[in-house]
Design a protein around this ligand. Structure first.
Ligand code: CTP
Ligand code: MG
Length: 383
């Protein structure tokens, strides 16, 4: 089922305290609004309209830098007016009649919530994510005794809320009350539309008050996982006068034999990155049978693996390579190797390590038959 999305981000975030409006603030280094846009893109939204105030229009470009598929609409004085502005800005695409309306202030949207909403929408005019109320409810009027209210059949409504687009548009035109609706389902309910409840998500909390940011910061950490990958490679020594190791050419009385430039350091590191994200190994991506990789500079392989990490929304935390050989001496070249790896991976130098060891003349590296390399990486990706 295709769908478009309207994200309302035109509020001033008054209750969240002074400073930048909450939708532009950073959570785990990423602007609040960007979290939702990435979630909608990952779930396959055909179009995303971001509704912002005049001031916000300046911030959007930087906030969503590099993301495709979104456009801006100018918001109104109330949330309801902003939603309507967003609906009007949607391209009229035939067959794309489902729209999800979302608060920018709810950053932790996950694809499974979107799937549940679209499924619930099949038999109805609207579907909302909601959670049953778990706390005991008290009514407390000033000066009066406390009264306990039944929580039976009470739900906490979240966003995004999913609708047939024409139903939502006409329900908003028919809204006659002078009261502000506090969500979109209310408008469709008032027009007689059937709105279903889909299972909500406790992570879909709304940032409202200053203290919500501390909790969200913790959740943002929980929304990402750290993965580890390891790689190993070995090449045989043969006649030659220089060798490539960790992207640096070293003068030597032998060379490593291989289909590409035989840079075992870069190969081990490439495999470690691929391993961390479950993307197979270097041979899957660059088959040794393919003549185009004959003599290839191996930084290409590493750049490809790093691009795959980024495409998964991941970042490389650190990399650590060990070269295992009796000769050449690695130490004089270590600084250059670290610098080259840091440059290829766009990492600060202290996140890149190159080490070397001999095997005390034991085994194939000890006998000088070949050189081996191993690498370990840590990568952080969305959970
Ligand atoms: N919103 C909007 N246009 C408005 C008011 C609100 O697009 N005129 C958006 C907000 O940006 C937010 C969502 O509606 O993403 C939910 O509103 P709320 O949490 O109340 O945010 P704010 O109105 O920004 O905050 P506050 O009420 O504390 O000022
Ligand atoms: Mg508000």
């Amino acid at each position: 089922m295709t769908f478009s999305a309207v994200i309302v981000a035109a509020g001033s975030g008054t209750r969240a305290g002074p400073g930048q409006a909450k939708q532009w603030r950073l959570l785990a280094g990423k602007p609040v609004l960007r979290w939702s846009v990435e979630a909608f893109l990952a779930a396959g939204a055909s179009e995303i309209v971001i509704v912002t105030s005049e001031d916000g229009e300046l911030a959007v470009g930087e906030t969503l830098n590099g993301l495709p598929g979104w456009r801006i609409a100018r918001g109104g004085a109330t949330r309801a007016l902003s939603v309507q502005a967003g609906l009007s800005a949607l391209a009229a695409r035939p067959g794309d009649e489902h729209v999800l309306v979302h608060d920018a202030a709810r950053p932790f949207l996950r694809s499974d919530t979107i799937e549940r909403l679209l499924t619930a929408l099949r038999g109805a005019e609207g579907a909302i994510p909601a959670l049953p109320v778990a706390d005991t409810l008290k009514r407390a009027e000033a000066g009066a005794r406390l009264a306990t209210t039944s929580r039976d059949n009470l739900w906490r409504a979240q966003t995004p809320q999913a609708f047939r687009r024409d139903v939502l548009v006409s329900a908003y035109s028919a809204w006659a009350s002078t009261d502000e609706p506090t969500d979109d389902a209310q408008v469709v309910e008032a027009a007689g539309g059937r709105v279903m409840i889909a299972q909500g998500d406790p992570l879909l909390m709304k940032l409202t008050y200053p203290e919500d940011f501390a909790m969200a910061e913790r959740l943002a950490g929980a929304a990402r996982v750290t993965r580890v990958g390891q790689g190993f490679d070995a090449h045989r020594w043969g006649p030659g006068d220089s060798v490539w190791l960790c992207g640096v050419e070293i003068t030597h009385d032998e060379t490593l034999i291989g289909h590409s430039d035989a840079d075992a350091g870069l190969h081990a590191l490439t495999d470690a990155l691929l391993g961390a994200i479950g993307e197979g190994d270097i041979g899957d991506h660059f088959p040794p049978t393919d003549p185009q990789w004959k003599g290839a500079a191996s930084d290409k392989f590493l750049i490809h693996a790093a691009d795959l990490v980024r495409a998964k929304g991941g970042v490389i935390i650190n990399v650590d390579v060990t070269l295992i050989c009796e000769r050449p001496k690695i130490k004089p070249h270590r600084a250059a190797m670290r610098e080259r790896l840091a440059e290829i991976l766009s990492l600060p130098l202290d996140r890149v390590s190159v080490k070397a060891t001999t095997t005390e003349k034991m085994g194939f590296t000890g006998r000088g038959e070949g050189l081996a390399a191993q690498a370990v990486v840590a990568v952080e990706t969305p959970a």
